[in-house]
Design a protein around this ligand. Structure first.
Ligand code: SF4
Length: 319
């Protein structure tokens, strides 16, 4: 995206939306953008928190980017050693990621910058034995660590899996291999997610834009040619909301619980994943503590306070 376009978008966001966050990524690697530091500064000028998510194999202009003071930088990984990491991060180099993380955390410490960095560990069946090593590495650097069950995306493919008669393209052999490697089995996760409410945080609480400033249905669909709904700059917030609410793809997605699977997940998902993985790992990873946190989140905190509680927790654990 051109910085001039982002400036216009941010101006409209400040005037017409009550946005607390701007995420400068969607299906892409933000550090490929030659003017990322400028983009971060523009996003931050709106008063919203600026989030970046990277695989950190590339760090063009990293110091300038950090000087622009993004609120949060997430680094996604899927293993601690190269043979394991490269199964999902194909073509990536985990030693380079670790080097980059080491340098970044040193810059943040010495310059006393405010950016929160965390490692986002995608759990597959084959990488659980390396999670503790990555957690220890994060602790050593003084950065956050957040493990999650890897999910299958985009939604078009999940729909093809959930309903082979949906008209979506058939899954490829490599898609099926990814599904087989998920620690949280897709079929069982969807089974429980189908029982969750017909509201979608991505539809109701997020606006996803492409590089030309067009609004997409959400950030979990992939095909822009099908899911571009309107140009952002010339659309009113209420019109965008109606276009999304009436979109026929959302009812298909919700019918199969895909919106819950791709966003907040179902309460039962941890239990399902724990039963699917090696019991030794299920015991050794910090599931009990994760369970306590989720009990507080889902069963004790009232619905209307969950976002604030989540933000506070994220701040505390550098997530
Ligand atoms: S219902 Fe599904 S397709 Fe629609 S916005 Fe939510 S996640 Fe995206």
């Amino acid at each position: 995206m051109d910085p001039g376009l982002l400036e216009q978008i941010v101006k409209k966001i400040s005037q017409e939306y009550n946005a607390s966050q701007i995420h400068l990524y969607s299906w892409g690697e933000p550090f490929l953008h030659p003017q990322l530091a400028k983009m971060v500064a523009i996003a931050q000028s709106s008063g919203a928190q600026c989030f970046l998510s990277s695989n950190l194999n590339i760090t063009h202009n990293i110091k300038e980017v950090l000087n622009s003071n993004p609120y949060c930088l997430r680094v996604s990984v899927s293993g601690f050693t190269q043979p394991v990491y490269s199964r999902n991060h194909i073509g990536g180099d985990i030693e380079m990621v670790k080097d980059n993380l080491t340098q970044l955390s040193a810059v943040i410490r010495t310059k006393r910058l405010q950016t929160q960095i965390h490692i986002y560990y995608l759990r597959f069946k084959y990488n659980l034995h390396e999670e503790k090593a990555m957690h220890a590495f994060a602790r050593k650097l003084g950065i956050g660590f957040h493990p999650v069950w890897a999910l299958f995306i985009p939604i078009e493919k999940v729909l093809s899996f959930a309903d082979p008669n949906s008209g979506e393209t058939d899954l490829s052999e490599s898609d099926r291999q990814v599904i087989k490697n998920l620690a949280l089995p897709l079929d069982k996760a969807l089974e429980v997610c189908r029982n969750y409410p017909l509201t979608c945080p991505m539809r109701d609480g997020l606006i996803t834009l492409d590089i030309l400033g067009n609004v997409l249905l959400c950030c979990s669909v992939y095909d822009n040619s099908r899911f571009t709904i309107a140009p952002f700059l010339s659309s009113r917030p209420e019109d965008l909301r109606m276009l999304k609410v009436k979109h026929p793809f959302c009812s298909q997605c919700m019918k199969h619980g895909i919106h819950t699977y791709e966003t907040r997940g179902a309460w039962e998902c941890d239990e399902i994943a724990a039963q699917n993985i090696d019991p030794e790992f299920a015991k050794s990873l910090s599931f009990r503590w994760e369970r306590v946190k989720k009990t507080i989140y889902y069963k004790i905190i009232p619905n209307e306070l969950r976002q604030q509680a989540y933000d506070l927790y994220a701040r505390l654990v550098k997530f």
